[in-house]
Design a protein around this ligand. Structure first.
Ligand code: AMP
Ligand code: TRP
Length: 333
């Protein structure tokens, strides 16, 4: 059976190795499978749930689209567009927010993390963010949603929202329940400076992440400075839980060469960290540098990128506007 794939990435700058290994690499594989219908969205409406500088946002929308293409998503095969160009996302989010329960949203851990200590000062958009995400997915009848591990809870909420809508409006099967596609291994890439913290766009230290726009020198430098520990390279998986930085670096290596962790541990058993880091840098440069160069090249051609987003939005709008009409009909508008 062909899959309908939908996923989104926020245009908030600094797309990094975590985004690549946790999500975008998977997008590319799905794009390459013959029968899949894929839609990849630059979720600019989600981006403004935290404050964005308008000029930066515009630049980041293009950069996210460029990253999709540079990573290997073919815009002729998959739809690439930005969310704000398709009005059904905002309309759908409003209607679904009237179905969603406050109690459900109160359980969302990402809001708690992002809002920090002073929740009263967080935007309402940041709180209702997962409802907009549900609208994104449900408007396209997506069957599968490739995401990193941190989005699992939002997908469970999406299914709850779909079910409640179908029940409330007596429309069994109308909104389709999506399946998350989360990598079994290495679905959460951690900071290069702290193995207990997620690699993140917003970490103030650039040394904590490999950006997809980093060049060879930056990658070498960041891996050289990446935190390890004073013990030798491990030989068994069971002692890695106490060594988060080492586990993370080995996980990154394994994911890039497509092998399991045990195999990588075997490969570096008894070797020095410097030798491992050299190999890790090598493979990172091999995989990331071509993407980085291609992103920079594409960014010089704003017309091309804007054309891709416009064309993608028109195709997306055709699908989403039909679904929103049906939703409105069911609601009684
Ligand atoms: P965002 O940048 O928050 O829009 O995330 C885009 C995609 O990257 C989502 O599917 C996230 O789950 C994924 N992602 C973000 N950070 C990481 C990370 N450190 N490890 C793995 N996946 C990640
Ligand atoms: N919330 C996701 C993130 O921060 C981005 C996103 C928005 C998304 N809408 C989506 C992902 C729909 C998958 C499907 O990473």
């Amino acid at each position: 059976m062909s899959k309908k794939i939908f996923s989104g990435v926020q245009p908030t700058g600094n797309l990094h190795l975590g985004n690549y290994l946790g999500a975008i690499k998977n997008f590319v594989e799905l794009n390459n499978q013959k029968d899949n219908e894929c839609i990849f969205c630059v979720v600019d409406l989600h981006a403004i749930t935290t404050k964005q500088e308008p000029k930066e946002l515009k630049k980041n929308i293009r950069e996210t689209a460029a990253t999709f293409i540079a990573s290997g998503i073919d815009p002729k095969k998959s739809i690439i567009f930005n969310q704000s160009m398709v009005p059904a996302h905002s309309e759908g989010a409003w209607i679904l927010s009237c179905v969603s329960r406050i109690g459900w949203l109160n359980r969302m851990t990402q809001f708690k993390e992002k809002a920090g200590k002073d929740k009263e000062k967080a935007s309402i958009g940041l709180y209702s963010y997962p409802v907009l995400m549900a609208a994104d997915i449900l408007l396209y009848d997506a069957t599968h949603v490739p995401v990193g591990d941190d989005q699992k809870q939002h997908l469970e909420l999406c299914r709850d929202i779909a079910q409640k809508f179908n029940n409330d409006f007596n429309a069994p099967g109308f909104l389709r329940f999506p399946e998350p596609l989360i990598q079994k291994e290495f679905s959460r890439i951690m900071s290069l400076k702290d193995g207990l913290k997620k690699m993140s766009k917003s970490d103030p230290s650039d040394l904590s992440r490999i950006n997809l726009t980093d060049d060879k020198e930056q990658i070498l430098n960041k891996i050289k400075k990446a935190k390890t520990d004073p013990l030798p390279m491990p030989s068994e998986s069971n002692n890695l839980s106490q060594r988060p930085e080492v586990e993370n670096l080995l996980g990154i290596y394994s994911s890039l060469v497509n092998q399991n962790l045990e195999k990588s541990m075997y490969e570096f058993d008894g070797k020095n960290f410097s030798e491992f880091k050299e190999k890790l840098s090598e493979i990172l440069i091999e995989k990331i540098e071509p993407i980085s160069k291609e992103i920079k090249k594409l960014l010089n051609d704003e017309k091309y990128l804007d054309g891709i987003l416009l064309e993608g939005s028109q195709k997306a709008d055709k699908i989403a506007s039909k679904k929103i009409r049906e939703i409105k009909e069911l609601v009684g508008f």
